[in-house]
Design a protein around this ligand. Structure first.
Ligand code: ATP
Length: 345
């Protein structure tokens, strides 16, 4: 994403820095969201989650961000499920949620992991209700019947296809590929089969407004959790890369209360580390480092200007932020990471 495409900006949502006008703005926005939600339910839609409320984090829109988001919403309008592929922490989830919110339909959120199977997607029997009927139709003779009524509980995919929601399925490639067989008939035939369910409503007709956005890490996309081609072919794949420097600065700035010069230093350091290190250094790392530097009072050398942090502390902070990425590795690797960070800083 080019730097020059980031001039126009718009910040939506909540900033940590809060002033009176900000609070009033949020109150007005909440009120609008409440009215929108009411209007939607009166139109027959089920407000599963208010699209205004699925975006509690600040969302920065530069031209570059808006352009990717428009590609996503465009494909959704063309009734194509969208697969967002990109490195960890580059902003896929934020984009997916923003595109979903833009549609003004209810949003259903799902996180992929090993434990997600077909039942976790479509629903399951949640035990049975058991009761006894005791007939004493002839004096002295009694007939007892035990009745077990099964209770079925729908899970996110069933709810989303029925209600015409936008399904945001984060890190979907972390789930077992066989769990996704049910998605094939959803995209192909417009029908969701619920394998465990008995009776006439075993399948659900997919609502015409149902849409899906899935995200995956570009490493896992090609890794052990490879999903079946037949499914991946149904999606359009939108590749998302790290944002340009100006956008990253805007994003960090929207999350913390630091001066522009401070944010600039943090983002520059993050981008240098991204080039120099083997571990993935996403925008999330920049935000976390900025949150740390905002609270550590000894972050500055005496008399240092905005944007100048104590080198050792900057190293410590980025070390803490990135250390989880080499968790489980030996002391040599930890030391090597520290040395590399110190050199880059
Ligand atoms: N446009 C944006 N406006 C504000 N914050 C953003 C924006 N894009 C990304 N962020 C922030 O950057 C961080 C990383 O973004 P996000 O979680 O969307 O990345 P991701 O690519 O989905 O990461 P992962 O691969 O780990 O799921 C989050 O804290 C998010 O709030």
């Amino acid at each position: 994403m080019a730097d020059d495409s980031s001039r126009k900006r718009k910040v939506r949502g909540r900033k940590i820095r809060s002033d009176r006008s900000g609070k009033e703005g949020r109150r007005a926005k909440k009120e609008l969201a409440r009215k929108a939600s009411k209007a939607r339910s009166q139109n027959g839609d089920s407000p599963l989650s208010d699209p205004e409320e699925v975006e509690p984090e600040p969302f920065v829109e530069t031209d570059a961000v808006t352009s990717v988001r428009n590609r996503i919403t465009g494909w959704l309008r063309a009734d194509q499920p969208v697969h967002l592929i990109g490195p960890t922490g580059c902003g896929k989830t934020a984009l997916a949620l923003s595109a979903a919110a833009e549609r003004g339909r209810p949003v259903v959120w799902l996180n992929g992991d090993e434990a997600v199977d077909t039942a976790a997607l479509v629903g399951d029997h949640a035990g049975g209700e058991r009761y006894k009927e005791d007939d004493r139709f002839v004096s002295g003779v009694s007939k007892q019947t035990e009745i077990v009524r099964e209770r079925w509980v729908d899970n996110p995919l069933s709810v989303a296809v029925r209600e015409g929601a936008t399904l945001v399925y984060n890190e979907f490639s972390r789930s077992d590929p066989s769990a996704h067989n049910v998605l094939l008939s959803v995209f192909e035939e417009g029908v969701l089969e619920r394998p465990g369910k008995r009776g006439e409503d075993r399948s659900i007709d997919v609502h015409p407004e149902f849409r899906a956005i899935v995200t995956s890490n570009d490493v896992e996309y090609a890794g052990v959790h490879e999903q079946q081609d037949a499914l991946l072919d149904r999606f359009v794949g939108v590749h998302v890369d790290y944002h340009d420097e100006t956008t990253e600065r805007e994003i960090v700035d929207s999350h913390v209360d630091l001066s522009e010069a401070d944010v600039e230093t943090i983002v520059k350091t993050t981008r240098t580390l991204r080039e120099d290190l083997e571990v993935v250094v996403g925008t999330r790392a920049a935000i976390t480092a900025a949150k740390g530097l905002a609270v550590f009072e000894d972050a500055r050398q005496n008399g240092a200007a905005d944007g100048e942090f104590d080198d050792d502390l900057l190293t410590d902070v980025f070390m803490d932020v990135l250390a989880p990425k080499i968790a489980g590795e030996g002391p040599d690797d930890i030391e090597a990471l520290r040395t590399q960070i110190a050199e880059s800083v």
